[in-house]
Design a protein around this ligand. Structure first.
Ligand code: AMP
Ligand code: MG
Length: 414
């Protein structure tokens, strides 16, 4: 690689993780096509337009409790002499104006009658004969949910770019919106490279291994709401690689591959991509997952992940996921990092490390990270065991009890 390649920093020819993410995201553009879907089908989709509420929520002042509605000027009378109960208002009905000097039986969610401004919870009241008595101190104006308390008519309730999840669907429903406009699903064309690969369920010949990347990558993409165009796995051969790249690029918004991006003569992805488009190969100062290829096959963006299964997982989460989320039109997608205590000693050499860890609660009730004993980039059991990654700066030592940044897998399943 020439030293002047803008993808390499001058000092040691490697990009930091942040530089690589920055370069990548600078090339990401959102797809513009949208479709309108019913609310139940909108889970996991990306909202394409801001959503404004046509109504106030709640639409009327209502009771927060099962109890009795009265006017605050009658609280003293209720305490000294009791009040007659003149009405009964259930949720879904509308009561008449409250007669002064009386109370109304009222239920949670029922509209507050005109003439009342306070609800007393029933546990604080006593009914004797047909009169209501209050036995403890009560506050004027208590237990009312005022109109518009949650949402004011005309206000934006959901911003475009939101990944719609349970709470968002509930909120849209609460303002009466039954269909939403979402971005079209992102189509991602995927294939694995490697002469050694065999699909699970088939017998292995000597020297062969099972293709695991295909299954984890497809599942990672599906969890991001992508439509996966799975082109299977291909041999380490220039022509096949180029043809498959073209085939994927013709059908997809984004092409992703695993393997074949190192510098060996059996790594054909780089040359194949260069023959049909443009390629940049980034050596990223991180472990696992140093090489990452990015480019275009024709106009279709391409991300070439490394071959080692752990590297696929980590580079997908750090690089491919933010890239495809921008393409999906999503906003606010940076991975969350949380401070936790290290329950281990570790030394990282020249590259930043993302070690697989599992959280438990230490004796002070604080989250602490336990490390998987084997951290090789081929050790997929480390990923299946872990809850997330601990980020350890290059040229640094962590001692048990130190604080480290934790990147939870759960956060990344979104
Ligand atoms: P490569 O980058 O193609 O040289 O691959 C690096 C390592 O990852 C090699 O040990 C490959 O056998 C392994 N590898 C590549 N692709 C896969 C895959 N789809 N599933 C499992 N292991 C793979
Ligand atoms: Mg290979």
């Amino acid at each position: 690689m020439p030293a002047t390649d803008p993808c390499f920093d001058e000092q040691d020819g490697m990009l930091s993780v942040e530089q690589a993410i920055g370069q990548l995201l600078a090339q990401a553009t959102a797809i513009t096509e949208t479709e309108r879907v019913d609310l139940p089908a909108a889970a996991g989709r990306v909202l394409a337009r801001d959503l404004a509420s046509p109504i106030d929520v709640p639409g009327f002042d209502n009771s927060a409790m099962d109890g009795y509605a009265l006017h605050s000027s009658d609280i003293e009378t209720a305490r000294d002499a009791g009040l007659p109960v003149s009405a009964r208002i259930t949720a879904g009905s509308v009561g008449a104006r409250l007669q002064p000097g009386s109370a109304a039986r009222i239920f949670t969610g029922a509209p507050l009658p005109e003439g009342a401004d306070t609800v007393i919870m029933q546990e604080l009241c006593r009914l004797a004969g047909d009169r209501l008595w209050i036995e403890t101190a009560v506050t004027a104006g208590a237990n009312i949910r005022p109109r518009g308390n949650d949402i004011a008519a005309g206000s934006t309730v959901l911003a475009r770019g939101t990944l719609l999840q349970a709470a968002h669907l509930g909120l849209a429903a609460s303002v009466g919106i039954g269909t939403v406009e979402v971005s079209r699903r992102l189509r991602v064309g995927v294939f694995s490279t490697g002469d050694e690969l065999v699909e699970p369920g088939k017998p292995l010949a000597p020297g062969q291994i099972y293709n695991s990347n295909r299954y984890q990558l497809n599942a990672l993409l599906a969890a991001q709401g992508c439509e996966v165009i799975d082109l299977g796995s291909i041999a380490d051969d220039f022509d096949t690689t180029r043809d498959t790249l073209l085939q994927a690029a013709a059908q997809a918004d984004l092409v992703m591959t695993t393997g074949g991006v190192s510098v060996g003569e059996e790594d054909h992805v780089r040359a194949a991509l260069e023959s049909v488009g443009t390629l940049r190969l980034w050596r990223i100062k991180m472990k696992p997952g140093k090489p990452l290829a990015f480019g275009h096959a024709g106009d279709t963006p391409f991300i070439g992940l490394p071959g080692n299964p752990v590297s696929v997982f980590v580079t997908f989460l750090l690089f491919a996921r933010p890239f495809l989320q921008v393409m999906q039109g999503r906003t606010g997608t940076g991975p969350g990092r949380f401070p936790v205590r290290a329950g281990f000693d570790y030394h990282a050499k020249q590259r930043r490390e993302y070690v697989r860890v599992r959280l438990h609660t230490d004796q002070d009730g604080m989250p602490a990270a336990e490390i998987f004993p084997r951290q090789g980039s081929d050790v997929l059991s480390s990923v299946a065991w872990a809850d997330g990654l601990a980020e350890i700066a290059e040229e640094s030592s962590v001692q048990a009890g130190d604080t480290v940044s934790f990147l939870p897998f759960a956060e990344w399943a979104r």
